[in-house]
Design a binder for this molecule. Sequence first.
Ligand SMILES: NC(=O)c1ccc[n+]([C@@H]2O[C@H](COP(=O)([O-])OP(=O)(O)OC[C@H]3O[C@@H](n4cnc5c(N)ncnc54)[C@H](OP(=O)(O)O)[C@@H]3O)[C@@H](O)[C@H]2O)c1
Length: 243
Amino acid sequence: MSSPLAHPTTVLLTGATSGIGAALVPRLLDRGHTVIALARRAAHLPARAGLVPVTADLTDLPGLPALAASIATDHPGLSVLLNAAAVQHAIPLTDLASSPKMLIEEAALNLTAPALLVQALLPTLLRQPDGAVVNLSSGLASFPKEAGGLYSATKAGLSSFTTSLRWQLEATPLLVAEVILPLVDTPMTAGRGRGKISADAAAEAILSGIDARRTMIRVGAARALPLISALAPWLGRRLLRGT
Ligand SMILES: NC(=O)c1ccc[n+]([C@@H]2O[C@H](COP(=O)([O-])OP(=O)(O)OC[C@H]3O[C@@H](n4cnc5c(N)ncnc54)[C@H](OP(=O)(O)O)[C@@H]3O)[C@@H](O)[C@H]2O)c1
């Protein structure tokens, strides 16, 4: 089977306005794909041939099935869903005054929204000969971060969801891939962490992984995590706790 991106196709990319998503947009367009770029600030993306901005708030969960249905109607050739939108709040769970709204939005955007998009778009994706669902996960799915308890939990949930989805679709040609990223230099990580890779490097690695039809696309330092998990999980906990 060839890469889902081997020939010009239609890609729905969430989180297209910033960081890794924004680095993926020009690369996908340069390859001749139509990119449905979904984010709240999608209208601010510079116009380019092949770019279809869709302004939407993915925390509006009840509205997502209808939104996905209208995208599928307008783009029946949609073959790749790339779930990159997420938010990371540093919420001190001991602070009862901190906003429950932030927790609700973080869980909705990072975990429930990708699941709803997958469910609503599967009939369209499965009609294509070489489709893919690609979910952006994190090393924090394996070893949580102290200040990002819910974020880490949503990435662990997304990782688990992606594995279950892959099993459910084993008999189909759809590639179901999880991307495990290290720290990437984006607005999400501004002002923290060391040894970050660039969003451009992350985007290149994601596309190479999809091209190779890898189901686990481990990028940069995240490639060491399986070994650390097997041999020294205490080290993984120590390294990622303060990231
Ligand atoms: N950066 C890292 O070190 C790192 C590490 C591991 C994993 N990841 C994962 O990689 C992905 C991209 O991260 P990033 O660092 O590139 O993040 P980012 O620069 O903060 O971009 C987040 C994107 O999500 C969109 N978004 C936020 N809230 C939204 C909402 N309510 N509705 C629709 N879209 C929304 C934003 O667009 P609008 O504001 O226009 O809506 C933006 O395009 C995420 O899944 C993240 O968890 C990142």
